[in-house]
Structure formats: structure tokens, C-alpha cells
Design a protein around this ligand. Structure first.
Ligand SMILES: CC(=O)SCCNC(=O)CCNC(=O)[C@H](O)C(C)(C)COP(=O)(O)OP(=O)(O)OC[C@H]1O[C@@H](n2cnc3c(N)ncnc32)[C@H](O)[C@@H]1OP(=O)(O)O
Ligand SMILES: CC(C)C(=O)C(=O)O
Ligand SMILES: [Mg+2]
Length: 547
């Protein structure tokens, strides 16, 4: 690999006495959805006005109080959408819309026109601060870069000075993670000194991981380091905005919260430029999974998935945390076994808390249907038993389950596929239930003789129909005694169990019987019939056929 092609593009902070590693997240941050801006600008085909309206309504329903609705100067659609929200009174009083602008006079002017009449607005101005951007993209010195930010805010203040509504400002030193930290502090403090925030008019300083260039602990160091060095810190709301270039956008945001961030920008399911933005659904559900109120209403997750897929025209990865198709599924035997035992335990003990060794939240809490177990060649008896019990009512004895599991494993191995519950049941039925290949019970009658039972049975044995009769201590014992002389094989009943299948008065019974022969080999059979005597005799005959 051509690793010599690369070098670190972040600045390590030497001798920094960081405190964030000792901390824990204790409450939800201020959430900001940037789906309609950062998410939208990353789409093959940006959303139409109508799509943005529907997406916006969904974000409001979820409980976002700050929503970046667009980059009004970018296009007519972006501008008209902001106007549509305002002119049609679609923004609830407790929701602030946020608009993004570059520090360029005509773009700022258009942005200000777009928000006229809105009650609560965050005007978000950015300019890029990293060495590479300063040198290569802007051709600006540090001082000129600071000047660009200040001029933008000066213009905004002038244009908005008579605006009667509640306007807040947000400043982002774009490409913060690749910026020298002393310069990041210098430019943020210059903006703070220009805007002079106070306790009643706080300024949002957003430190974006515009591109993710380090492990999340480095980002956390950068956040804590800058946070401690901001002027008027108590009048600053420190915000983070992490992208996912190294696949750690969520972790970066979470560690940034430990490091002092109070506000998190991101998107639903992580849509956004390139590899995406921090996934707010995951961060929020991570909080819920440790008992912290996420302050977002995510229980109707299917609606969010629907909106996401419809308007972003993107799929959700089947392994996506919490929402992927396989998020609540286990294939491997030991996982299935542990999941099943824990679920049984929780039900038995009426547990107050969700505790499961492999599934971090109860899927029901986000309205997901339960499909915890799928069966393939990696599965074991726990999972197979779970499917037979929950879908079909069969509670197989452990030894029978073990016997059946090897058949299922080889079936799935041959097919190279997941087995559907119906296929598993069908395999069980064909192999064990009411078998009559060589020995068949055609008719029988039982007479009680004192405490004993006499059976007269019409049977077909290897093609020949026979009338058999015997007396035993019960119908099953009597049939064993009647059959033994007819077949060239010794056998004893080793195990017997039964249960009702359907739980109704007309319910069918299932009997499981294990026969052992001379050399101790055990053969299982099962019988199903509404009459319990018949189901047990069928189970015996089934086992004999298999033996
Ligand atoms: C990290 C982020 O996500 S930032 C947000 C990025 N989002 C978007 O860009 C989506 C919307 N953008 C657009 O529609 C367009 O880019 C517009 C309308 C904003 C501007 O379009 P244009 O003026 O045609 O040009 P373009 O986008 O190429 O702009 C590049 C120019 O803007 C300058 N520029 C870029 N960002 C900024 C900024 N934050 N402040 C001031 N100037 C900036 C560049 O230096 C360059 O200047 P130059 O023309 O003198 O070389
Ligand atoms: C505009 C800024 C906050 C941004 O999207 C980024 O830096 O990723
Ligand atoms: Mg971004």
C-alpha cells in the first residue's frame, strides 16, 4: 500500500491535560437536523420544495427544535422553500429554522431576504480556516481569513439590525479539524468579540469535523482545548458537526459531548456529504439504550425510514445500528441460544429493564417487529427451538432438538441459504411426525381390563396387513408388546413427553417418544392428533419407522 502518499493533516495538541476521558454523557444535547441542507446538498438530485416540506414536518414531529432548512442563496428551490415555510406559517413557535451562508455580500443579502418574517432564526455563517483551504482555495493569510468572517457578520448585523424577530448567529470555522488550534481559537474569539454574545443572546460556535481526519479522541481533545479558550464561554453554545470519512462520525460526536459540546448537528441515518454526517438516530438511541431520555421521539422509526428512502433515494444498510434489517436478528447458534434464554427469563421474571446479551434495545420500543432469529448453517438448537415454539407451538425436548438441529444444519448448508420458518417446520414434520413408511397403524381399540389396557390394532407392517392384540399397563405399553414379535428389532421407550399444540379445547396434542435399541442407539419420533392416546401411538410408530 502506498502509505507514503499520506501524512497527518490534523494538529496534535502536546501536553494537554484533557478531562473528557473521565466523563460520561448524562443528558441529551441540543439536536440539530441538517438533513435539509448538508444532507440535501449531498444528493444526486436535491429535494423538491414539496419533498422538503414533508421532510420538515417529519423533523418537527420527531421533536427537533433547531432545523437547518437550507442554503437559501443556492437555488430558487432553496429560497422558495424557506419562504414557503414562513409565508404558510409552518414553523412552530418553539422551532428555530437555521440557514447557511457563505461570507459573500450577495449571498448574505439573499439569505437575509429569505428569512424575512421568520420568528426564530439561526443565521449560520461559515468560512474555511485550515492551512490548505487558506492557501490553496482562498489564497488568504490568517488575518484575511479572520477578516472574511468578521465582514460577513458585520454585514449581517447591519442588514438585520431592525429585524424585530429572534435572530441568533452561528459561526463555523469550516475544516476545523485540519486547522491549527491556535488559529481556530483566534478566529472564533474574533467573531465572539465582534458579536459580543451575552447570557440572553448566546452565540453558537460550531466546530465541524468537515472531513474526519483522526481518531475521535483527537477530535475530543480539539473540542475541549478550544472550548476552554473561548472568550465569554458562558454565552457560547458549543456545537459539533461531524462527518464520517473514517466511519466514526457517531463516535466523534459522542466524545465531543464528553469534551464540552452542548449541541450536535447531524442527519437521520447519517446521510450527508461523501460518507455522510453523524447519524442522529444512532446517537439518540445510544442514549436511550443506557437509560437517558434522548429528547427525540423515534418510536415511529418506520416513518423516518420511509421519508429517508423516499426523499434521499438512498437505501439503509442491513447492518445499520438499530434500524438495519438485521439489527435484531442473530444467525449464530450461541447468540440465538443466549437471546432466547434471556427473553424467556425476562418474561418469567416480569423484568423491569431490558437486558439481553446481544440485542441492546427492545425493538418494540421503536416499533420494529421482532425477528430476532434466522436459521442457517451457523445456527444451533436454541434458535431452531425458538422458531418451532414461537411460530408453530412445538416445544421439543432438548435431546430431540439436538437430533433435529443436525438435519437442519445440513439442509441449510446444502442450500447455502437461510431457512424460512415454514421450511423448518416442514423438515420437522417430514422427518418425525406421524411417519408410516414401513409400519402403519390403521385402526385400534382399547379396552380397560382392571388397571391394564388391552389393545387390538390393525397394522400394515412391510406391506402386510395384520391384526395384533396385547395387554399392557397402558395403551402405549400394550402396542409395544403387540409389535415387538412382528419386527426383527429390540426396542424400549426411553423418553416420553407430550403437550397441547394449539391451546384451545379442540387442540391437538403432540407426543415425543425416544426409543432405545440393543446397542443404546436412541431414535426419536413424534405423533400429532387431537386424541392424546392416538398421538402417543403415532409417536411410537413414527419412531419405529425411523429406527
Ligand atoms: C462544508 C460545507 O458543507 S459548506 C456548504 C457547501 N454547500 C454548498 O456549496 C451548496 C450550495 N452552494 C451553491 O449553490 C454555490 O456554491 C453558491 C451559490 C453558494 C456559490 O456559487 P458560485 O459563486 O458560483 O461559486 P462556487 O461555489 O464555485 O464558489 C467558489 C467561490 O466562493 C468562495 N467561497 C467559498 N466558500 C466561501 C465562504 N464560506 N465564504 C466566502 N467565500 C467563499 C471561494 O473562495 C470561491 O471564490 P473565487 O470565485 O473567488 O475563487
Ligand atoms: C457548513 C459546515 C458546518 C459544514 O457543513 C461542515 O463543515 O461540514
Ligand atoms: Mg457538513
Amino acid at each position: 500500500m502506498n502509505y507514503q502518499h499520506y501524512k497527518k493533516s490534523y494538529f496534535h495538541i502536546p501536553n494537554f491535560k484533557r478531562t473528557w476521558p473521565e466523563k460520561e454523557i448524562t443528558h441529551a444535547p441540543v439536536w440539530v437536523s441538517v438533513d435539509l441542507r448538508d444532507g440535501n446538498q449531498a444528493l444526486l438530485s436535491p429535494m423538491t420544495l414539496a419533498e422538503k416540506v414533508e421532510f420538515f414536518k417529519c423533523l418537527v414531529d420527531v421533536g427537533f427544535k433547531e432545523i437547518e432548512v437550507g442554503f437559501p442563496a443556492a437555488s430558487d428551490t432553496e429560497y422558495s422553500f424557506v419562504r414557503y415555510l414562513i409565508d404558510n406559517d409552518l414553523i412552530p413557535d418553539d422551532v428555530s429554522i437555521q440557514v447557511l451562508t457563505q461570507s459573500r455580500p450577495h449571498i448574505i443579502k439573499r439569505t437575509v431576504e429569505a428569512i424575512a418574517g421568520a420568528k426564530n432564526v439561526i443565521v449560520h455563517l461559515y468560512n474555511s480556516t485550515s492551512f490548505l483551504q487558506r492557501e490553496v482555495v482562498f489564497g488568504n493569510t490568517r488575518q484575511e481569513t479572520i477578516q472574511l468572517a468578521l465582514e460577513g457578520f458585520q454585514q449581517l448585523k447591519e442588514l438585520l439590525k431592525d429585524n424585530p424577530n429572534h435572530i441568533r448567529y452561528e459561526y463555523s470555522p469550516e475544516s476545523f479539524t485540519c486547522t491549527e488550534m491556535d488559529f481556530a481559537i483566534e478566529i472564533c474569539n474574533a467573531v465572539i468579540d465582534e458579536l459580543k454574545p451575552g447570557p440572553n443572546h448566546k452565540l453558537i460556535i460550531n466546530l465541524p469535523s468537515t472531513i474526519e481526519v483522526s481518531t475521535p479522541n483527537i477530535y475530543a481533545d480539539q473540542i475541549e482545548y478550544v472550548s476552554e479558550r473561548l472568550n465569554r464561554r458562558s454565552s457560547i453554545i458549543l456545537s459539533v458537526h461531524a462527518h464520517n470519512d473514517r466511519g466514526t462520525g457517531v463516535a466523534s460526536s459522542e466524545l465531543a459531548l464528553l469534551a464540552g459540546a452542548q449541541r450536535v448537528e447531524g442527519t437521520l441515518f447519517g446521510n450527508g456529504e461523501r460518507t455522510g454526517n453523524a447519524d442522529l438516530v444512532v446517537i439518540a438511541l445510544n442514549l436511550m439504550s443506557v437509560g437517558i431520555d434522548p429528547k427525540l421521539e423515534l418510536s415511529d422509526i418506520d416513518r423516518l425510514i420511509h421519508i429517508y428512502k423516499k426523499f434521499n433515494k438512498l437505501p439503509i444498510h442491513p447492518r445499520h445500528p438499530y434500524v438495519g434489517e438485521f439489527a435484531y436478528t442473530a444467525f449464530s447458534g450461541s447468540h440465538q441460544d443466549a437471546i432466547r434464554k434471556s427473553m424467556d427469563y425476562a418474561q418469567r421474571t416480569n423484568a423491569e429493564f431490558w437486558e439481553n446479551p446481544y440485542i441492546t434495545i427492545d425493538p418494540k420500543d421503536i416499533n420494529r417487529s421482532y425477528e430476532p432469529i434466522m436459521i442457517n448453517s451457523q445456527s444451533g438448537k436454541g434458535g431452531i427451538g425458538y422458531v418451532l415454539e414461537t411460530k408453530f407451538g412445538y416445544m421439543l425436548p432438548k435431546a430431540l432438538l439436538q437430533d433435529f438441529t443436525s438435519a437442519i444444519k445440513s439442509l441449510s448448508d446444502r442450500k447455502h441459504a437461510v431457512l424460512e420458518p415454514d421450511e423448518i417446520y416442514e423438515a420437522f414434520r417430514q422427518e418425525y411426525i406421524n411417519r408410516s413408511d414401513n409400519i402403519e397403524l390403521l385402526e385400534y381399540h382399547i379396552h380397560a381390563i382392571g388397571s391394564e389396557s388391552e389393545i387390538t390394532a390393525k397394522m400394515k407392517i412391510y406391506g402386510e396387513t395384520k391384526e395384533l392384540k396385547a395387554v399392557g399397563n397402558g395403551p402405549l405399553d400394550a402396542l409395544c408388546l403387540a409389535i415387538r414379535p412382528e419386527i426383527n428389532h429390540k426396542f424400549e421407550i426411553a423418553t416420553y413427553s407430550e403437550h397441547a399444540l394449539d391451546g384451545k379445547s379442540s387442540s391437538r396434542a403432540v407426543t415425543y417418544i425416544a426409543l432405545s435399541d440393543n446397542d443404546g442407539t436412541v431414535t426419536w419420533g413424534a405423533g400429532v392428533h387431537p386424541n392424546i392416546n392416538t398421538s402417543s401411538l403415532y409417536a411410537l410408530v413414527s419412531a419405529l419407522n425411523r429406527m
